[in-house]
Design a protein around this ligand. Structure first.
Ligand code: GCW
Length: 718
């Protein structure tokens, strides 16, 4: 009885001082508001100027999207400037109007609207009045978010002259979320999509999610896993999909669905799902018609076929093109598209895995329908901390290629490792394929300019879940953010985007912001160093992919084993992909073939991707490969320790809740970085038989210990 009373007393005290129990010990900003928190602008002169523009706003449109524009400006003005804007006043210094609503003395804006399509926007100053205009209300929304971003970053807004349109048409998030809310490779809780309660229960999160996406220009969402469930195509589930589509529409976001290629059998009771079978074709046409009757702006289908056990046209001796075109045909009349994934590797093939996608898709170039794009992962294997660009980029001039990046950190430490992926995305986008000579960058393949392809797309495998802070790690938000910003404009730099994000999410103070920027810009390289330096790859443990497992050599397929990729033996380490090995180099343009064939001209960070080299191979700086390996592993760990020290020095400058979350994650990251270093170095030493360099701190545990670790409940398993 006594203890019950005590608990009651304690609860009442807590309720008084902390009306929301959830904030116990973690008061304040918890990350839910992402980069849209609109914290007060304390700089008095900027504040004064901004106020003069936001006090009176003229918004000339009445659509649902326009209501979002108005709401956003209200939120920004209240949060940033502590004012309530007055909409509708005549003497506005901020005018927001679509093309159709421009009045006579604003027609000077028209020429700027000619070339910006439906999603572009113009922000122009004329005689002290700022005009935001566009051809559609979605353009106005994008323009408004851009304008607010300038304020959040305390940029000057006098004499603005901005004309923008996205460089890529479809800017999409792919959720690998199952209908039971498990998120495959998701590390931020459950799926945000609560299929059980849809369509009637419309979570506030769906709106907040759409708003965050719109703020960075994301215009397409695939809410379910590419390892799809045919249930999603049943009438019951399509109503749920429609509910989401209706919520997302005013934010400029279309819904696409992952589908299971065998659905005609599973749902339709047909005897086959052969894409050349008439009944199968009819079944898909009816299904597509049914979807469009519910969702008139449905985006289309995303397909993983004949990959990792998924059904596909190959089951009937048909090609990827025959499968994709059959679906594409059903969508043509509606303006929908098929995104057909190139992530395929055949279990009956002995060809080295990194070569297989190219081998399957290049011969099909020119055979795909106009509304099909082939969605290619950035590297030829599978979202490793570092891979060279996929040789498919640039190799299919007649076929649209879409980029698939992974935002969720399946191979980069899940949601407890700080790894800013902006630098990684840029590395691939800026890579020069040389297929049409110098300057044939991957970004030009993706934006269609290299081969004049008009269907352009970039997809990011989402890191979003039900965690309060959305992504598990506060810095995971930056990866969602940078993905969207680069899909809009791949010419932006990873550094500039990081700066924006820091100012909007963490702090606008110069010195703190510079320290955080430096952490972010180095962070991905630290991960590469403590996990897979010098071009090593696929060293992770089985299934869950959590932690190191370089010793694993007993899986059902050769190419699931880390030993297949590192090939460490008494002589040396690395996978020989030159002409004396698997000849992976032959899939690249001549320029790269030559360079990748010779270890001395192979970029050092990809050395062991392309070469098997002696442990005593001399690196350009005079140390042996074995010593260099140890050095990199150490450097990665030291980098994390450095990030931890930097972050500690920011205590008091960052909101306490955000600060604590990151501090806790960094201590996990440091522990796990050491784990990776020690486990990998001990394992490689058991083969190389070389002593650790003197500078290398001897591991505290032995190899057997690391091999014995089990993680049956690691999150996100497939
Ligand atoms: O990276 C691998 C993942 C699988 C994933 C697959 C794919 C959705 O481990 O979980 O399946 O790639 O991209 O299809």
């Amino acid at each position: 009885m006594k203890s019950v009373c005590f608990v009651f007393l304690l609860l009442s005290i807590l309720t008084v001082s902390h009306p929301a129990f959830a904030t116990l010990g973690f008061e304040g900003e918890d990350g839910y508001r992402l980069w849209l928190k609109y914290g007060p602008i304390t700089n008095t002169s900027a504040n004064k100027v901004y106020k003069s523009y936001l006090q009176h706003i003229k918004l000339r449109s009445q659509s649902k999207t326009a209501a979002i524009v108005q709401q956003e400006l209200r939120l920004a003005a209240t949060g940033l400037l502590n004012i309530q804007p007055n909409f509708g006043s005549i003497n506005s210094k901020l005018v927001i109007a679509p093309k159709a609503q421009l009045i006579a003395n604003e027609l000077w804006l028209l020429p700027y609207l000619n070339d910006i399509g439906d999603e572009g926007f113009v922000i122009k100053d004329k005689e002290g009045v700022i005009f935001i205009s566009a051809n559609s209300d979605i353009g106005l929304l994008y323009g408004t978010f851009h304008f607010i971003r300038l304020l959040q970053n305390m940029q000057p807004i006098e004499n603005l002259s901005i004309v923008q349109k996205p460089k890529v048409k479809l800017r999409m998030l792919n959720h690998w979320d199952d209908l039971n809310r498990h998120a495959e490779r998701g590390y931020a809780g459950q799926s945000i999509f609560d299929w059980h309660k849809l369509p009637d229960y419309k979570e506030q999160r769906y709106y907040d999610y759409a708003r965050a996406n719109a703020s960075i220009g994301i215009n397409g969402v695939v809410p379910i896993n590419v390892n799809s469930d045919s249930l999603i195509l049943t009438p019951k589930y399509l109503k749920k999909v429609k509910a989401l589509a209706d919520i997302f529409r005013p934010y400029g976001i279309k819904i696409y669905l992952s589908l299971k290629f065998s659905s005609p059998q599973q749902l339709g009771g047909l005897a086959t799902s052969d894409p050349l079978n008439k009944e199968v074709q009819q079944w898909w046409q009816q299904k597509t018609n049914q979807i469009y009757s519910l969702i008139p702006d449905f985006g289309g289908y995303l397909v993983k076929a004949n990959s990792e056990g998924q059904p596909g046209p190959g089951d009937y001796g048909r090609t990827h093109a025959q499968g994709a075109n059959m679906l594409a045909k059903t969508l043509q009349g509606f303006g929908g598209v098929v995104l057909w994934r190139a992530f395929v590797y055949n279990q009956n093939s002995n060809t080295e895995r990194s070569l297989q996608a190219y081998n399957e898709f290049v011969p099909l170039d020119g055979k795909f329908a106009q509304n099909v794009s082939i969605q290619v992962k950035n590297g030829p294997i599978d979202f490793q901390p570092r891979e060279p660009f996929s040789p498919l980029f640039g190799a299919t001039p007649e076929t649209s290629l879409a980029m698939e990046f992974q935002i969720t950190q399946e191979y980069l430490g899940f949601s407890t490792h700080l790894a800013y992926l902006g630098t990684m995305y840029k590395e691939t986008l800026m890579a020069d394929t040389h297929v049409l000579g110098k300057g044939s960058t991957v970004s030009k393949v993706i934006d269609g300019s290299l081969h004049n392809n008009s269907l352009t797309a970039m997809a990011g495998v989402a890191n979003i879940g039900s965690d309060r802070n959305w992504t598990g790690h506060i810095f995971g938000q930056a990866n969602w953010y940078v993905f969207g910003r680069l899909a809009w404009d791949h010419e932006l730099t990873a550094e500039d985007i990081a700066k924006e994000w820091i100012a909007m999410t963490l702090t606008t103070k110069g010195s703190a912001s510079a320290k955080i920027l430096s952490m972010m810009m180095h962070s991905r390289e630290y991960v590469v160093d403590y996990m897979t330096p010098l071009g090593l790859h696929h060293l992770m443990d089985t299934g869950h992919h959590f932690g190191p497992g370089p010793w694993v050599n007993n899986l059902g397929r050769d190419d699931w084993n880390p030993t297949y990729y590192h090939r460490a033996d008494a002589k040396g380490i690395g996978l020989n992909r030159t002409s004396s090995g698997t000849n992976g180099v032959s899939q690249y343009a001549r320029y790269w073939q030559k360079r990748f064939s010779d270890p001395s001209t192979t970029p050092q960070e990809l050395l062991l991707w392309f070469h098997h080299l002696d442990w005593d191979y001399l690196m350009p700086n005079g140390i042996t490969l074995w010593q260099a390996l140890a050095h990199h592993y150490d450097k990665g760990v030291a980098g994390v320790a450095q990030m931890q020290a930097t972050w500690s020095s920011l205590q008091g400058e960052i909101e306490p809740n955000q600060f604590k979350q990151v501090a806790m994650s960094l201590s996990i990251q440091l522990k796990e970085a050491k784990w990776w270093r020690d486990a990998c170095m001990l394992y490689f030493q058991s083969i190389s038989k070389r002593p650790f360099p003197e500078s290398f701190e001897p591991p505290k545990q032995n190899l057997e210990y690391f091999r014995s670790l089990q993680h049956p409940y690691a999150p996100g398993q497939g």
